[in-house]
Design a protein around this ligand. Structure first.
Ligand SMILES: [Zn+2]
Length: 406
């Protein structure tokens, strides 16, 4: 066996690989690391003995004895993950394998101010711990994806464009004080992208852009397999790409940003104006006859019934998003762009084909040929699972260093 320090680093490498792939055989570990079968066998025996990994069944075999799969020991610890959006809160309690033990979806109360919203997060945290029969002192870490512009080092929201009361809110410190464990914080597009990378369509992508479309608009960039954060951590403000210099005023102070052109509230407002002006018979019928609240869903339903206003509105939204996406493709030459978020869940099916067509027509031919533009198919609770991933690597590393046994 190599020296102690390097043994620890080899063990950590195997643990990270097992964690990020969910389950791996010893042969796969040898393939990924280039280590000999002998060394892999010694190292995995050690991981099993220390209770850091567990054997979880066998893979299908192409001949011979089927290989045993290893996964992180779920008893190693539990994490909480929160996705705090402007409107909704998604929360999960997971084990260190990322498996959901308990979950909760609710209003976020962000618009009622930071104190009320964070008290609500803490209430949901206690509720999930109770549901999962996990004591607070056994909680290993908390990851939180939150809207707004963040100081990631301090763990504060610098400001939140559409909710002015969130200036300099020490989110991380408040949660750490109350939950007595390590808390990591990042913005929601990034935590959603982490989920996509671990559980979704981007597992194998190295050049990948996640675009979150919802109450706000943002992006997370993975370049050469790594999250690109920019000099001060502010990369990804894709929502403030100018689409129309003379367009409506955006919460950032500029005009015609993508965010203000395609946000859910803009779409609803446009539909309300059309209803008031009598421009959409089908929408009007749905809202008055069926008693439906005017929503993205009702706009999609009206479009399905061939309502001209709704079709035109959705086509306009597609054009705006596609204009932004085309710039990203020309600039970054990604292999995969995933559109996710609340807006995509409601009307994504109406946006995808037009966006793909416009990208094909407008992006430079070579990068356009190499990119796939797709919709996320993850359930919204996975956005909170993505946030829990902010702390899972560190928790696993600490478990290794403390030689903790399950
Ligand atoms: Zn803006």
């Amino acid at each position: 066996m190599p020296k102690i320090n390097s043994v620890r680093s080899h063990l950590l490498r195997l643990l990270s690989l097992i964690h990020s792939h969910e389950r791996l055989s010893r042969t796969q570990l040898a393939d990924y690391t280039g280590y000999s079968n002998f060394l892999i066998s010694k190292l995995t025996d050690r991981l099993l003995k220390e209770g850091l990994v567990a054997e979880v069944g066998t893979a299908t075999s192409s001949g011979g004895r089927p290989p045993t799969l290893l996964a992180i020991n779920p008893k190693l610890g539990h994490l909480l993950g929160f996705h705090v959006g402007t409107i909704n809160l998604r929360a999960v309690l997971t084990n260190l394998r990322g498996e959901v033990v308990a979950h909760h979806i609710d209003r976020s109360h962000v618009e009622d101010g930071p104190e009320k919203a964070l008290q609500h997060v803490l209430k949901v945290a206690r509720h999930l711990l109770r549901q999962g029969h996990v004591k607070l002192e056994k909680l290993s870490g908390v990851g939180i994806g939150i809207g707004g512009v963040l100081d990631r080092e301090k763990g504060t929201t610098l400001y939140w464009p559409r909710v002015p009361s969130w200036i300099d809110v020490p989110v991380k410190a408040i949660l750490e004080q109350n939950l007595n464990t390590h808390v990591a914080i990042d913005d929601t597009p990034r935590t959603m992208a982490l989920a996509e990378k671990r559980f979704g369509k981007a597992r194998k992508a190295r050049q990948f852009v996640y675009i979150a479309l919802g109450a706000g608009t943002g992006a997370a960039l993975f370049l050469n397999g790594e999250l690109y954060t920019g000099k001060g951590g502010f990369a990804g403000e894709f929502g403030h790409t100018t689409i129309d210099e003379r367009g409506p005023l955006c919460s950032c102070g500029n005009r015609g940003c993508l965010e203000v052109m395609v946000s859910a509230s803009t779409i609803i407002r446009r539909a309300e104006e059309a209803l008031a002006a009598g421009l959409s018979g089908e929408l009007c019928r749905m809202v008055s006859e069926n008693g439906d609240r005017l929503s993205l869903n009702s706009i999609a339903a009206a479009a399905k019934a061939k309502d001209r206003f709704s079709l035109a509105l959705l086509s306009e939204i597609s054009l705006h998003v596609a204009t932004g996406v085309t710039s990203l493709i020309n600039l970054l030459n990604p292999e995969l762009i995933i559109l996710g978020g609340g807006l995509v869940r409601e009307i994504g099916q109406w946006l995808l084909s037009p966006i793909q067509r416009i990208v094909e027509e407008r992006a430079m031919p070579n990068p356009a040929e190499q990119v796939a533009v797709e919709l996320s198919n993850l359930p919204e609770i996975d956005w909170a699972r993505g946030a829990a991933l902010l702390v899972s690597d560190e928790v696993i590393r600490n478990a290794l260093h403390s030689g903790r046994k399950a």
